[in-house]
Design a protein around this ligand. Structure first.
Ligand code: AGP
Length: 619
């Protein structure tokens, strides 16, 4: 059970803990969630009072109003953005051990929880949820001998994966303990009170003095003290800082727009989408794909249905699926799919890609496909949404909530999920050997670092974007997997800058679009690797020469070391060298930044562009 991208709050001090925790969870509301819960150490006898509810925070607040918890000044809270596994009361955090003396909340992915679960069950513990978090509650209960921080250190040393954990124990009054590996956790230092949270937005109303916890650290919070050690108990160095954001900026992590924050989150989103899916034997384990291998072996056609950016992800997926599985793969706009009387049967696998899981066009397409007997696999970013619920199987992306209307991190994680599905099909159908799959997985594992590298070189792209704020139009060209990237770059510019922008297959230029080229018209060209399909590279270099000869202002995205394009590029944007099929993971990022910056230069409201909604729930 994965619990990525959740909101966590802990408090100890003189105020009613419940008020501070609930208010803090509300400040984390933008992270999205489908269940929430709190645990408070009661003033009277120190027992833990717990309430947790599926649904929005309002459900929990209603429950607390109907049956108030006893007062207390130490407590923790959680909002769960479930990645898979139903958002139910039982799966909501906090999770307790058998004695109900330990309450723990968690954000992240504990990769070895299955083995730990088996161990816990063998020792007779009653597991009441499907979550990985509950295993930690039982382990803490076992390890606790009066020092909760020491118990936490012992447990953390046994965990693999990415996690933030915060716990309280009934026998340790006035103590909140947190642990961090790869997931954010920050301390707020107050006067006679201290806070713990996934981000500063939760406590910025009380204090701006923050302490960021580092990797593999445990923090013990008391009203008057904050003690930080590493997982072995040695005192740890921490970074103290003053938060100068206001509350709303804090929700955006200090960025002006959610879109900027989400662009910056892409390395982590890609890494999280890979986490937990490669078994110790090196085989792919897509545990949410519940279509039996024998059914997948019988598939003789794949149809991808999606809209907008998700459709562009599907176009890229087609190249990987056909190359790795040799199964014919069609990609269809969901809004067109069911009206063209498609040919579907039990041997057809339909893949529905949707960030929100609520896009009506895509939902209606998959309903039509299922009526025709096809199996449907959803690739979705929103747990418990309609599209996964109505599919035969789901592979969740772990991008975390995407708030900005213009999709960015969801797109990159959709690509990762599509690559994983294609590799899984190759593994199941025997068209890809284990070592070949491992090689692609190794290359994918390097993607977060490469995306980070691109993000660090974007200042020239922002300057260029600002200089083009008054351009009449921008064209985008690409070949092979660069063609859907060109379409995606054009879509970003349309929906953010409200400009005429169009993406073309570069090979189509001579069949009409080259008539559009005029003096100084900006044309973005996504250049394939010269090492992969070099014939494609040479052809697109010719295309760049053709448009430049007609006055175009060429903005060329090309990999490091590709010197052939340099003489024809008015602006050259470098990306890391990647395998041909994986290049969209890095070549899309400059286009996202370009569109966002150009729209900002035009004074547009980047997170909520005009006329658009985050999820198109009508046909
Ligand atoms: C992309 O930036 C847009 N927000 C839009 O095209 C979006 O990708 C499309 O509406 C599909 O949404 P979904 O992924 O939630 O189904």
């Amino acid at each position: 059970m994965l619990a990525a991208m959740c909101g966590i709050v802990g408090y100890v001090g003189g105020q009613p803990a419940l008020d501070v925790v609930i208010a803090g969870l509300k400040r984390l509301e933008y992270r999205g969630y489908d269940s929430a819960g709190v645990a408070v150490q009661t003033e009277s006898d120190g027992t833990l009072a717990v309430d947790k509810r599926a649904g929005k925070l309002a459900n929990l607040e209603k429950s607390l109003a109907d049956t108030p918890l006893p007062g207390g000044t130490t407590g923790i809270g959680h909002t769960r953005w479930a990645t898979h596994g139903g958002p139910t009361d039982a799966n909501a955090h906090p999770h307790l051990d058998d004695t109900a003396k330990v309450a723990v909340v968690h954000n992240g992915i504990i990769e070895n929880f299955a083995a730990l679960r088996a161990e816990i069950a063998e020792r007779g513990h009653q597991l009441r949820s499907e979550t990985d978090t509950e295993v930690v509650a039982h382990l803490l209960g076992e390890e606790y001998e009066g020092d909760l921080a020491e118990a936490m250190r012992k447990v953390c040393r046994r965990l693999d994966g990415a996690f933030t954990l915060v716990a309280v124990h009934a026998d340790s009054p006035g103590v909140v303990v947190g642990a961090r590996r790869n997931s954010p956790l920050v301390v707020g230092r107050g006067e006679g009170e201290n806070f713990l949270a996934s981000d500063v937005a939760a406590f910025i109303a009380h204090t701006r003095e923050a302490v960021e916890l580092g990797q593999d650290q445990v923090v013990e919070l008391r009203a008057g003290s904050v003690t930080v050690t590493d997982f072995d108990g040695a005192p740890a160095e921490v970074r103290e800082y003053h938060v100068d954001w206001d509350a709303s900026a804090a929700e955006k992590g200090g960025y002006d727009y959610f879109m900027l924050k989400e662009i910056a989150e892409q390395p982590k989103a890609v890494a999280d989408t890979l986490l937990g899916r490669i078994g110790t034997d090196g085989r792919l384990t897509l545990d949410e794909v519940r279509i039996e291998d024998r059914v997948l072996r019988a598939v003789d056609k794949i149809v991808i249905v999606a809209c907008g950016t998700a459709f562009h992800a599907g176009m890229i997926a087609k190249y990987a699926i056909e190359h790795w599985t040799r199964v014919p793969c069609e990609v269809e706009l969901a809004s067109e799919f069911r009206y063209r009387d498609p040919i579907l049967d039990q041997q057809t696998l339909v893949i529905a890609i949707s960030q929100s899981g609520e896009t009506m066009d895509t939902l209606m397409a998959l309903r039509h496909a299922r009526e025709q007997g096809a199996k449907v696999l959803a690739i979705c970013n929103t747990n418990g949404s309609t599209i996964p619920r109505e599919s035969d199987a789901v592979l969740y992306t772990h991008a975390g909530p995407e708030v900005a209307v213009a999709s960015t991190k969801a797109f990159l994680t959709q690509l990762v999920a599509c690559y994983l599905v294609a590799l899984y099909l190759g593994q199941v159908r025997g068209t890809k050997w284990g070592d070949e799959i491992n090689e692609v997985i190794r290359q994918l594992a390097d993607a977060p670092r490469q995306v980070e590298e691109v993000l660090g070189t974007m200042e020239p792209v922002r300057e260029l974007a600002r200089s083009l704020a008054d351009a009449p139009a921008v064209l985008f060209l690409g070949r092979h997997v660069g063609y859907p990237v060109a379409l995606e770059g054009a879509l970003k510019l349309k929906e953010l800058a409200y400009m005429h922008a169009e993406g073309f297959a570069a090979g189509e230029l001579k069949h009409g679009p080259i008539a559009l080229i005029e003096q100084d018209l900006p044309v973005v060209v996504v250049v394939p690797s010269p090492r992969g399909r070099s014939v494609l590279h040479d052809k697109i270099v010719s295309n760049i020469q053709e448009i430049r000869a007609r006055g175009a202002r060429t903005i060329v995205i090309a990999e490091e070391g590709d010197e052939a394009v340099a003489p024809y590029a008015d602006h050259l944007i470098r990306i890391p060298a990647t395998p041909t099929l994986l290049q969209p993971l890095v070549s899309t990022v400059p286009l996202q930044v370009f569109a966002c910056e150009l729209a900002t230069a035009k004074g547009h409201e980047v997170d909520q562009p005009r006329n658009l909604a985050k999820s198109v729930t009508v046909e």
